[in-house]
Design a protein around this ligand. Structure first.
Ligand code: GLA
Length: 720
């Protein structure tokens, strides 16, 4: 099984990955993280360095210093000058000296309380390393869970206050790793509103590189994830390690290279705006971090991470179920709709073979624009021409499922909820409000607020035959100040997240048949914390097919493609103004969970014919995209005016090639496919052409597009 203890070595083995920790007189030294090593023979002598200006805990040994040893716990104040993993104020200082006092091997995964946790399996095993600082009266338990089926290890920390007085946690990482000095690159997923999850790679230099959020949500700008890979790593070769956090709030992920080229990685809650008062006898759990390893390049890292997320994080009842093709009325109508318009849209969608109708913003309270009514979760029967269930029945009668939009964490000043409970908004007394989209955020750190939202949303989901929910979150948090002490306010951001997870776990468990999609102005909270409850995400408000290429490329870098909604929208596009052929809009959206978000009723017949064909075709290739292995063939950001992605599932292969700018010459591109069987024959659908796997991988597929902007081709092969 996953945990082995030999002498003073602890081994945590997942499928093709090992974490090896040495107990050195109570200090926990990291001997290895990476490819599987079943017997480690290195000795501490290999790590002895006499380095000037590093602190030594023993007087006669200048070679042992916390500044130069590789560790899994960074403690400041005793000679380790790198980023610490922990800081707890007690007595007059925040110094701690944790020493191993005990350890346990537990079957299955251990859960972090009140937070998203990976699903355990029969073959998962956990190592619990229990450390103690006797002087401060604190216990620290570091949990490492190995999953036999995947090259992933999950980890989190628990701090228990065994003393008789309260202490304050200022910083605690979920996991920290010191890795061997080497030439590394760092890969992160970054962006902005409508430009989420762009893959960025750069060489690691001396200093600290960090990605963070202090927005109260993971945010559009950074993803709680960091990949460290060999500088020479490619898609197909080289070692890579991904660190990710199951958390949707303020986070930090950093990599530090110090003056000795030592490299430290860490991930956890952001210290900014964070402190946690831990009363005597209480304990605090960090969010769970996951570490995923590949010895075979970045594509393999993607496959490992995608599979771990699909098998251990996404709600089980949806992880392996094909997702419906939807029509969403947002870009078709915005707030301007009545029942008749919605039914016309549903009617058209049903004729085209679409499977789910989603009613977006504007169906409740006095919500005629985005300045009001958030919090008033009461159906506007005037707009819907009667009770919601009547509309749903009519939509169902057309053979479509029904989905509904909510933004439960928000409150408008112009709302009955605000008039009744102005103190429920996040605010600092005497400081006024800071508005964003003219709305405020409800204080989910207050259990009364969580109870109200639970009841309000539950009522609608219970009383109406709803199949799908889009859960939106359209601003970030400011004016944090609801606590009645400074410390209580410092605790508010994390307490908000605990309230949020309580809320969403309650609703998703109670309504486990409903497919939930998360959204935050598109991908503003596209993280593993939300994915643990919501198996689908609206990856971006940018529906322009060409802009979507890098967004989709990055969104599926670590998360499974089946998590990603992708819609065909109007042309010219509402965000970018770009005109793109309907075929390319369809080909790009078919690289995720296909949907439509445009006024089908006003389209020319020719477009409707194309859409009907796309919908029928997608039903055929859907398992390939949603369950297949993804290969990145051409990076849309490499500046070559091209993008190409391939999916392989069982005997089927789908390749999408898009040219993003027009060229005067007829440019030929060779797509060398991956992951095929050399001897097998693959028939290009719609033709009689047959290729061997070896031909497609080594000679390649020649893609030629005529002159013209934003053209694309999709190739669909079936193995004979
Ligand atoms: C956000 C979402 C959109 C839409 C609007 C509705 O911007 O990302 O998809 O739901 O809110 O107000």
């Amino acid at each position: 099984m996953g945990i082995k203890i030999e002498g003073n070595l602890f081994y945590v083995h997942s499928k093709n990955m090992s974490l090896i920790i040495e107990n050195h007189e109570g200090d926990l030294l990291l001997r290895h993280i990476g490819g599987k090593i079943t017997a480690y023979h290195g000795s501490n002598a290999l790590f002895e360095k006499d380095h000037a200006f590093s602190g030594n805990p023993t007087p006669d040994d200048r070679t042992y210093s916390f500044d130069t040893q590789r560790q899994i716990l960074g403690v400041h104040g005793f000679g380790d000058f790198r980023q610490p993993s922990i800081s707890i104020s007690h007595d007059t200082n925040d110094l701690t000296q944790f020493k191993l006092k005990d350890y346990h091997v537990l079957s299955g995964a251990v859960e972090a309380a009140g937070l998203p946790n990976p699903y355990s399996t029969e073959n998962a095993e956990t190592l619990a390393l229990v450390l103690e600082d006797k002087l401060a009266g604190l216990e620290l338990t570091l949990y490492y869970t190995a999953y036999a089926e995947r090259s992933t290890i999950s980890s989190f920390a628990k701090i228990s206050n065994l003393s008789d007085k309260a202490v304050v946690i200022n910083r605690v990482l979920s996991t920290m790793l010191d890795v061997p000095a080497s030439d590394y690159d760092v890969v992160t997923l970054q962006g902005a509103y409508a430009r989420e999850k762009t893959v960025r790679r750069h060489k690691l230099e001396q200093g600290i590189f960090t990605v963070t959020s202090n927005r109260g949500a993971s945010g559009h700008a950074h993803t709680p994830a960091m990949v460290l890979c060999d500088h020479t790593a490619t898609e197909d070769a080289g070692q890579a390690l991904a660190l990710q956090l199951l958390y949707s709030g303020n986070f930090q992920a950093f990599v530090q290279k110090n003056q000795l080229n030592e490299v430290r990685l860490g991930i956890g809650i952001n210290d900014d705006n964070f402190a946690w008062e831990l009363s005597a006898g209480d304990s605090f759990d960090t969010p769970v971090a996951i570490m995923t390893y590949s010895a075979k390049g970045l594509t393999h890292l993607t496959h490992e991470s995608q599979l771990f997320v699909q098998e251990h994080i996404m709600p089980k009842q949806f992880a392996h179920v094909e997702r419906p093709i939807l029509i969403n009325n947002w870009e078709a109508t915005y707030f301007d709709f009545k029942k008749e318009k919605l039914l016309d849209l549903a009617n058209e969608a049903s004729k085209l073979g679409i499977e789910l109708f989603v009613l977006d913003d504007g169906w409740f309270g006095n919500r005629f624009d985005d300045n009001r009514a958030l919090g008033d979760w009461v159906v506007n029967e005037e707009k819907l021409g009667g009770p919601l269930n009547d509309l749903i029945a009519e939509v169902h009668a057309k053979g479509l499922k029904f989905g509904l939009w909510f933004e439960p964490e928000m409150i408008s000043v112009d709302s009955d909820l605000y008039r009744a409970h102005p103190d429920w908004a996040i605010q600092a007394e005497g400081r006024g409000h800071t508005y964003s989209r003219n709305q405020l955020v409800l204080n989910l750190a207050n259990p009364d607020v969580v109870a109200y939202i639970k009841a309000a949303i539950d009522k609608i989901l219970t009383e109406n035959a709803i199949d799908y929910v889009k859960w939106d979150y359209n601003r970030n948090i400011t004016n944090i100040g609801n606590g009645d002490t400074y410390l209580a306010t410092q605790m508010q951001s994390h307490a908000y997240m605990l309230g949020l997870y309580d809320l969403v776990s309650y609703l998703t468990e109670k309504h486990s048949n409903i497919l939930f999609e998360s959204c935050s102005g598109g991908g503003g909270r596209n993280d593993l914390g939300m994915m643990r409850y919501f198996p689908q995400v609206w990856a971006s408000d940018n529906t322009d097919a060409i802009s979507r290429l890098p967004i989709q490329y990055g969104s599926s870098y670590l998360y499974p493609t089946i998590s990603m909604g992708a819609h065909v929208s109007a042309s010219p596009n509402h965000q970018m103004g770009r005109t793109t052929p309907i075929e390319t809009r369809g080909n790009v959206a078919m690289m995720g969970n296909l949907g439509y978000e445009l006024d089908l009723t006003s389209l020319p017949e020719s477009d409707k014919e194309v859409i009907a064909a796309q919908v029928a075709h997608y039903k055929d290739i859907r398992p390939v995209v949603q369950f297949g292995k993804q290969y990145r063939l051409i990076n849309p950001e490499q500046g070559s005016n091209e993008a190409a992605v391939q999916f392989v599932h069982e005997d089927k292969v789908v390749v999408t090639y898009v040219r993003t700018l027009s060229t005067i010459e007829t440019i030929e591109t060779t797509l060398k496919l991956k992951g095929l069987e050399e001897e097998a024959l693959y028939c290009l659908q719609g033709t009689d052409q047959v290729y061997s796997g070896a031909e497609l991988m080594y000679a390649g597929l020649t893609a030629i597009l005529p002159q013209g902007d934003y053209l694309s081709k999709q190739y669909y092969f079936v193995k004979q």
